[in-house]
Design a protein around this ligand. Structure first.
Ligand code: OGA
Ligand code: MN
Length: 293
C-alpha cells in the first residue's frame, strides 16, 4: 500500500497511512517519512502493533536513539528493560497504576508543562517516537505547538530583540516548577545545565524557529527574573490556540514529532485509568551545545 499523507491542521501535523512500523522499511519509505517530518513536524501513524524492540528499531531508521535519563534507576524501579525507552506511562513494574504520591508519577507530571524533549541534554533531542499500548477513556491528550509558525508571527522588533539570545536549560528547573526536587547528587552531576539558542534554523525545512521549553530557566547573561519573564512570554505567545494541534490517543497510535521546532505537553486524565505510553527519542548530534558556565 502506498504511503499517504493527510494534513490535520492548517500549519503542521499530518496523519500517515500505508506504513507498517514493525516491518523493515524500504529506503524510499524512510526518505518519504523524513520529508514529511521536515514539512509537518508531527506525524500520526494509527493502528500500529509494536514491541519495545520494534519501536526502537523504527526510530533508529531516523537517527541514533538516546539513552533515557531513567535508565540509571534501579532495575526494580523500572518497568521497561530497554535503556532507550522512556516510560511515560502511569504504571509501575508490578503492572499497577501508580499511587498518587509515587515519585515516578510526580516526575512524569512535568510532561504536562510545555516543553521539548531533552533540550537539557547534550546532544539535545531530535525526533521523538511515542507509542500507545493503552489510552484512557477520556483526557490524556498530547498537545503540540508549531514553533516555526510562532516565530514567523512574531513582530519584527521582537525577532530582532531575541535573535542572538541563548537560554540555560535544566531538568531540575522544569521539575522544580511543579515542586518536584527529588534529585540525587549523582543525578544532578549527570544532568548539568546546557545552553541553547532561543532562535535557530530548523535544519529540515531551513525555516527559522523558536527553541523553547519548560526546561529553559533563564537567558544567559541576563538577570534571572528578566530572562524568565521573556521565556514565559514567548511560550505564552507560541502556544496560542492557532499554533496548537491536539492529539487524542487510541491504543496503537505511534506519534512522531520533531523536538527542534515544536513544543508539546500532556493533558490530565482520570487518575485510576491506565495510560501506557512509551517513547524513544533520537539524539540531535548536529546540535551539540556548550555547557553552562
Ligand atoms: C513525552 C511527553 C506527553 C504526554 O513523552 O515526551 O512529554 O502526553 N509526553 O504524555
Ligand atoms: Mn516530552
Amino acid at each position: 500500500m502506498a504511503l499517504t499523507i493527510t494534513a490535520l491542521h492548517p500549519l503542521f501535523a499530518a496523519e500517515i497511512g500505508g506504513v507498517d512500523a514493525n516491518a523493515a522499511l524500504a529506503p524510499a519509505v524512510v526518505a518519504a517519512l523524513a520529508e514529511a517530518i521536515d514539512r509537518y513536524a508531527v506525524l500520526i501513524l494509527r493502528d500500529q502493533t509494536l514491541t519495545d524492540e520494534q519501536q526502537i528499531a523504527f526510530a533508529t531508521y531516523f537517527g541514533p536513539p538516546e539513552i533515557n535519563i531513567g535508565a540509571h534507576r534501579a532495575a526494580n524501579q523500572r518497568r521497561l528493560s530497554r535503556p532507550e525507552m522512556a516510560d511515560v506511562s502511569n504504571i509501575n513494574p508490578q503492572n499497577e497504576v501508580h499511587r498518587r504520591e509515587d515519585a515516578r508519577r510526580m516526575f512524569n507530571l512535568g510532561n504536562m508543562l510545555w516543553h521539548t524533549d531533552s533540550s537539557f541534554r547534550n546532544p539535545p533531542g531530535c525526533l521523538s517516537f511515542l507509542y500507545a499500548h493503552a489510552a484512557p477513556s477520556r483526557g490524556g491528550e498530547t498537545e503540540f505547538a508549531d514553533l516555526r509558525a510562532a516565530y514567523d508571527a512574531l513582530g519584527e522588533e521582537t525577532k530582532a530583540d531575541i535573535a542572538n539570545l541563548r537560554a540555560e536549560h535544566s531538568i531540575m528547573h522544569s521539575r522544580g516548577i511543579l515542586g518536584f526536587t527529588e534529585f540525587s547528587e549523582s543525578e544532578r552531576a549527570a544532568l548539568p545545565p546546557v545552553i541553547q539558542p532561543v532562535v535557530r534554523v530548523h535544519p529540515g525545512s531551513l525555516r527559522k524557529t523558536l527553541y523553547l521549553a519548560s526546561h529553559a530557566s533563564h537567558i544567559a547573561g541576563w538577570p534571572v527574573p528578566e530572562g524568565r519573564l521573556l521565556l514565559r512570554d514567548l511560550i505564552e505567545f507560541a502556544t496560542k490556540r492557532e499554533f496548537v494541534f491536539v492529539h487524542r490517543w487510541r491504543a496503537g497510535d505511534l506519534v512522531i514529532w520533531d523536538n527542534r521546532c515544536t513544543l508539546h505537553r500532556g493533558r490530565p486524565y482520570p487518575i485510576g485509568e491506565r495510560r501506557d505510553l512509551r517513547r524513544v527519542t533520537t539524539a540531535d548530534q548536529t546540535a551539540m551545545t556548550e555547557g553552562a558556565a
